[in-house]
Design a protein around this ligand. Structure first.
Ligand code: FAD
Length: 295
């Protein structure tokens, strides 16, 4: 059986009006590539793309050398790492991942599909699917309080019951769905190239991102790690690759993953001032010119 990464499958039984999923029901499965394909082609593909830019050799010859085992893996990794760190992202656009994603809320997918570059989605249609037992997500903040949870469930399930009545009265699903709240669950397929996936992880693994989408990207990263531990290393919060946090909402420094850029630049400015204050003024005070040195 194909493996997949899940968060929480503890869900109460269906009650006939909709099914509440505690916290989240997210499941992610990397459909393509398999670990064997990723191992055999992905690093060689990115390496061949990168080497083609800097070599007189034909790309066909570079590819053959790689496939014949003439290029050590460490050499390929080094070049790809350098390229990614320098932001020369086209090389890793040749690498794509296709995920099956299920049990996420519509409020999550509304955020997810804002990503436009190098990513494609196919999502379950609320126009064409007539739901019998639509699932919905109950956030932990609601789940934890019995009274609040009950009122939340009543509201959502009341809407679901009315949705079904509307369908029975021949209201098209595309109109009946106007009753659905953001918590209704949905499923989709996402294909994304590695450059965009790095960008998305940079934003969506961040502590400033919403809890559900952070969980999704943690699962996505786990799936990529299973196929390619090397490539999954690049899927990090943006501050990890930048070296500082650029989120204005973290000016107070409450998130400690990396220092805020205001702090980093203030320290740098102080250091620069201290250096120039200590530097002697006047002619001959600059660095020694070896051409002008006697002897
Ligand atoms: C924590 C957080 C909070 C957010 N809050 C809000 C909010 O309150 N309201 C809201 O509307 N959105 C919000 N967003 C969504 C955000 O504004 C972006 O729409 C979303 O993250 C998609 O990212 P992107 O623009 O980088 O698109 P992507 O498609 O991922 O683009 C990748 C990169 O390609 C380049 N690019 C893409 N399209 C263009 C273009 N047309 N022109 C030039 N360059 C382009 C950019 O460099 C871009 O960063 C939030 C996102 C996060 C992570």
């Amino acid at each position: 059986m194909a493996q997949e990464t899940t968060v929480n499958q503890q869900t109460p039984p269906r009650n006939g009006r909709g099914r509440a999923a505690r916290d989240t029901d997210i499941r992610v499965q990397l459909l393509f590539p398999t670990p064997e394909i990723a191992q055999k082609y992905y690093v060689p593909l990115a390496y061949t793309a990168a080497r083609t830019c800097y070599s007189e050799k034909l790309p066909q010859d570079i590819w053959r050398d790689v496939q014949d085992g003439k290029v050590p893996e460490e050499k390929m990794h080094r070049l790809i790492r350098q390229i990614v760190e320098s932001g020369h992202g086209t090389v890793i656009e040749h690498i794509v991942f296709t995920f099956a994603i299920s049990g996420v809320s519509r409020s999550l997918t509304h955020q997810l599909v804002r990503h436009r570059m190098g990513v494609s989605f196919d999502q379950q249609s609320q126009r064409y699917v007539k739901y019998k037992h639509p699932d919905y997500t109950v956030p932990a903040s609601i789940e934890g309080d019995d009274e609040v949870r009950e009122r939340f469930a009543e509201a959502v399930e009341g809407n679901v019951a009315l949705y079904k009545e509307l369908l029975d009265h021949d209201v098209p699903a595309e109109d009946a769905r106007f009753l659905f709240p953001n918590g209704m669950q949905t499923n989709l397929i996402m294909t994304v190239n590695l450059r965009e996936l790095i960008h998305m992880c940079g934003l969506r693994l961040c502590t400033m991102a919403q809890w559900e989408i952070r969980k999704l990207f943690a699962l996505i990263k786990a799936e990529v790690r299973r196929a390619s531990p090397f490539l999954s290393q690049f899927l990090v919060i943006k501050c990890v690759s930048l070296g500082y946090c650029d989120e204005s909402r973290n000016r107070d420094g409450h998130c400690k993953v990396r220092p805020h850029k205001d702090v980093v630049f203030a320290v740098f400015e102080e250091h620069r001032r201290a250096l120039s204050a200590g530097r002697p003024k006047g002619p001959g005070s600059g660095p020694a010119d070896p051409e002008a040195s006697p002897g």
